[in-house]
Design a protein around this ligand. Structure first.
Ligand SMILES: Cc1cc2nc3c(=O)[nH]c(=O)nc-3n(C[C@H](O)[C@H](O)[C@H](O)COP(=O)(O)O)c2cc1C
Length: 358
């Protein structure tokens, strides 16, 4: 039998197969960040469709760190009851669900803060004080505790895609000269503080995952060499699973080529070339790879070559929530064309997440 349909563990959490629905915001929560009923239906279909783990779209840990209209939150106890209903729904359908914790930093809607002053479009962002950084660290810990109370099976720290943690990791956006910036050891300080704080606040067995960029694809940003060192450091500390992604502030499309693998079978997996290096540095920690993976052939190659334990996908599940069932039944690839009509700027807060391919 294909390895893809065999169980695997994230720490003590057993998943029925190797498929993960990568975090995908539905941009459909109310103004306070409380999820709306339509979202249950979407998640229910995913669980019934057989995916091993669903990572809920990112949740803000602080109101001021909300990254877009319709984003859900876990910054207050009033977020818990509806999320509890969601996790109950997933468990009723034999699924597992993770809470992805995030702070928008410079990409927040309101208070645009980051490691240093930086120009995002026409907005100049403000540098966080050390006291504010400590508050944010605590808010990740509190949100993780709420995630446990709300019935999530694990949490994922969002350390990718140009949000606050990745802003601290990148030398492009982090120009601080104190203990939170400068060399890579200082630039990863925020991430490690957040990890340690969550670890202290949740029960011992509760798994913690991290989504990290293998590269920001910016000429002066976070590189694969940096990523390997950060990944190795946090995995040695006991992280359960690392999800490898890429892209962020200052990213340039042509530079993305440097993350690809030369192996034909892996060519659709956008970051497979870089992921090999992260895999070598982090084994035996389990690894999920995301971005561009669409065909069964590529998925098989990734697990058979031991490059990844989990196949993580977002857009294919927007189009076909039961994609895993379909693969098991013989479908060879996703029908998602990566057209990105599901994530265009005009849909945020205006319509519920859906595939808009004609
Ligand atoms: C509509 C949409 C919403 C997304 N929301 C999130 C999110 O909340 N957190 C996150 O880490 N990534 C988010 N992503 C990125 C995906 O998790 C994933 O990394 C990316 O889409 C590449 O995977 P794919 O090629 O399988 O779609 C989102 C992507 C889409 C299309």
């Amino acid at each position: 039998m294909s390895l893809l349909f065999t169980p695997f563990k994230i720490g003590s959490l057993e998943l029925k197969n190797r498929f993960i629905r990568s975090a995908t915001t539905s941009y459909w929560s109310d103004k306070r960040g409380i999820i709306r009923p339509e979202i249950f239906e979407l998640y229910s279909r995913l669980a019934k469709g057989g995916v091993g783990l669903i990572i809920k779209g990112h949740l803000f840990v602080k109101e001021s760190g909300k990254a877009h209209v319709g984003m859900a939150g876990l910054s207050n106890d009033y977020h818990i009851p509806e999320l509890r209903k969601l996790t109950d729904e997933i468990h009723k359908n034999e699924g597992k669900i993770a809470a992805q914790l995030n702070h928008g930093g410079m990409l927040s809607l309101g208070d645009r803060v980051g490691p240093s002053e930086y120009l995002v479009g026409t907005h100049k962002t403000r540098a966080l004080s050390s006291e504010e950084i400590h508050e944010i660290v605590e808010s990740f810990g509190e949100a993780a505790e709420r995630a446990m109370t709300a019935g999530f099976d694990c949490v994922q720290i969002h350390g990718a895609h140009g949000y606050l943690i990745s802003q601290f990791l990148s030398r492009l956006t982090n120009r601080r000269t104190d203990e939170w910036g400068g060399n890579l050891k200082n630039r990863m300080h925020l991430l490690l503080e957040i990890y340690d704080t969550i670890r202290r606040r949740v029960c011992k067995k509760f798994p913690i995952m991290l989504k990290i960029n293998c590269d920001d694809f910016s000429p002066n940003g976070f590189t694969i060499d940096d990523s390997v060192r950060v990944a190795e450091t946090i995995c040695r500390r006991g992280l359960q699973t690392i999800e490898v992604s890429g892209g962020g502030i200052g990213g340039q499309e042509p530079l993305r080529q440097r993350a690809r693998s030369l192996d034909q079978k892996l060519s659709e997996a956008s970051f497979a070339g870089h992921a090999i290096r992260i895999r070598k540095a982090t084994k035996p920690t389990s690894l999920a790879l995301v971005h561009g993976i669409r065909s069964l052939e590529c998925m098989e190659a990734l697990v058979n070559k031991d490059l990844a334990d989990f196949i993580s996908m977002s857009r294919p599940f927007i189009r076909e929530p039961d994609f895993v069932k379909k693969l098991k039944a013989g479908q060879k690839a996703s029908t998602c064309t990566s057209c990105n009509k599901c994530i265009s700027r005009d849909v945020f807060g205006k319509m519920m997440l859906r595939c808009n391919l004609d």
